[in-house]
Design a protein. Structure first.
Length: 267
């Protein structure tokens, strides 16, 4: 039996969060193709509510921002999607992936011992010592109501030898950092609480999110290559703009602001 039940996830939630996130908002699946697809279909059918959450022990069609596969052993990690009802102003919607990174990263750091601090790799990854720990995929639906679906894959209790060979040197898990298993249900409860308390007000009061990301940026001051739909940009990471856009110092060509990218490489 999975540890991912509403009762275990909500055990440490405040009463105010439990009022927003009830058992009707929660769906556990033993396995599925993609929790993002499942939640997007629910939204399109008109049956979704703010903070609806679908979590699975196994995804066989999980994907990243470019359609990359997300690999995970059954019952080891956190693979879930949460629905956020989009509110005006629309100009703030582009900030949502960055808010998600802050909520997720803060929740993970709250369970790490010692002085462990994550790294934020714009636009959608969380790392530890330059190894990938989590990925975020945000997708939006405008009809019948505007919603965002935040899909998250967080490496929790996998061991290094469970990764495919090509990922063992570039990915890590909370288990590998702590050398002990972590409660997936507690972690998921912390993340739900972060979204329930932080959204949408942190999209407007965005300074806290920017400060969190800037303090952990793995790209700032590094030589980077950014692949966009308009071409490849080379330069030095120069922090983030007011909406979370990546600023690249191109030397004599000046600063360039990038809102989205297909791939970001650094060295």
């Amino acid at each position: 039996m999975s540890d991912l039940t509403y009762e275990s996830i909500s055990a440490a939630l405040s009463e105010s969060v439990k009022e927003k996130f009830t058992t009707e908002h929660f769906l556990y699946l033993e396995e599925t193709g993609s929790t993002n697809d499942d939640l997007l279909n629910r939204i399109r059918s008109g049956k979704a509510k703010h903070l609806d959450l679908i979590v699975a022990d196994l995804q066989y069609q999980g994907r990243g921002r470019r359609g990359d596969r997300w690999e995970a052993s059954s019952g080891r990690n956190l693979l879930f999607s949460i629905a956020l009802k989009l509110e005006e102003p629309k100009e703030n919607w582009c900030r949502l992936p960055h808010l998600a990174a802050c909520v997720l990263g803060s929740s993970v750091e709250s369970v790490l011992t010692g002085e462990s601090r994550l790294q934020a790799k714009w636009p959608n990854d969380l790392l530890h010592k330059e190894k990938k720990l989590a990925g975020i995929l945000v997708e939006t639906v405008l009809v019948p109501e505007p919603f965002a679906v935040v899909g998250i894959g967080l490496n929790v209790n996998m061991r290094t030898d469970e990764f495919p060979d090509e990922l063992r040197e570039i990915a890590t898990t909370i288990y590998e950092l702590e050398r002990c298993e972590s409660s997936r249900s507690f972690l998921l409860g912390e993340i739900v609480s972060g979204f329930a308390n932080g959204y949408p007000n942190m999209l407007t009061n965005f300074g806290e999110v920017l400060d969190w990301l800037e303090a952990r940026s793995v790209l700032s001051g590094r030589r980077i290559e950014v692949v966009t739909t308009e071409g490849i940009v080379h330069g030095i990471g120069h922090g983030l703009g007011n909406d979370g856009e990546l600023i690249v110092d191109q030397g004599d060509s000046g600063l360039k602001s990038i809102l989205s990218a297909e791939r970001v490489l650094f060295r």
